[in-house]
Design a protein around this ligand. Sequence first.
Ligand code: TYD
Ligand code: MG
Length: 393
Amino acid sequence: MLKDVGDESEVRIDSGFLELDRVLGGGIVTGSVVLLGGDPGIGKSTLLLQLLIRMQSRQRMVYVTGEESLQQVRMRAQRLGEKDAALGVVAETEVESILALLEQEPPALLVIDSIQTLYTRELSSAPGSVAQLRECCALLVRFAKQRNVAIFLVGHVTKEGVIAGPRVLEHMVDTVLYFEADPGGRLRMIRAAKNRFGAVNEIGFFAMADSGLKEVRNPSALFLARDAEPAAGSVVLVTREGSRSVLVEVQALVDRGGSSPRRVAVGLEANRLAMLLAVLHRHAQIGLLDQDVFINVVGGLQVRETAADLATVLAAVSSFRDRALPGGLAVFGELGLSGELRPVSGGEERIAEAAKQGFSRIIVPQSNKPRKSPAKTDVLAVRSLSEALDAAF
Ligand code: TYD
Ligand code: MG
């Protein structure tokens, strides 16, 4: 009977990485299956090897490599400064053999690198085919649940990713994490696309260094060019990523366009940009309709919230007028169709983060005005777009 089923809450183990634990919802749930997807070369193997090395002193860990030889894994561990880690490493790709090997003494955590290299002898199709991916995944999920083994499955996202990649496994696992990078940069972000054991809006920030991934505890510092002179078209936005406020620079380039002006938004929603330009025209009499408008969020972050509206508009106007906004300014707020500035969630936390990062003036929607401003910080609460423009310029 249902009432007789124990209501045991999930047991979690620290991964040794606060940034990863945050995304998982507070650590790795025992017996859960996590799919870690991402482009080849982004750092999936590096992260998981670091994690096993950190955790292996506490519990039994096993790393199954189907992509690299044992020597290559050892070389990587060496690069991470840990070649002598007492870590179980197995080079094997037949799922039945892997499970047979672990049957006697199941580890607390098993890493499969990657699911695309595994095959089951029950099927004749090639490793990496949809049938093989599904069947291998199903066998591993069953093992995880029966033996209470947490499993991380590495899945490369390929160009054909939607069909042959890890996407076909998303519904079979408990948690799906995606590893993203800023193009050409060292920043790495882990985001949950699905999580049976936590929220999906948290991001873990890492930087790829010469000896592995380092956690980034203060992402704001990473996104902002510290000693840069104020430049036209640049505005600092206070955005929220899950439970944390992050400062990012929004840049705009506005230039006379051709017969059909272009609107390009990188890191922001393009449709929203078109709407904001219309609001700017109607409610502030600033017409950019014949101009090309390019907007970019520096550092590769995808900002999906309307709290970016004010920063977007101010950056565009600043570029259009070729006038830099004063230094030390940060902003947030949603813009309504009647030119009103609407409140956003987490106002107090955003203001606190901007103050902590040394910003002395913060433009916020009137309804986000705090009862008390942080020390040495001027909080300018505005009701409308035109008030915001007056406060900023
Ligand atoms: P890797 O973990 O092999 O990526 P994936 O498993 O997702 O395919 O990461 C490989 C890249 O990371 C490679 O370009 C080298 C770089 N790297 C570093 O910059 N520092 C390091 O300490 C390590 C181990 C790798
Ligand atoms: Mg790899």
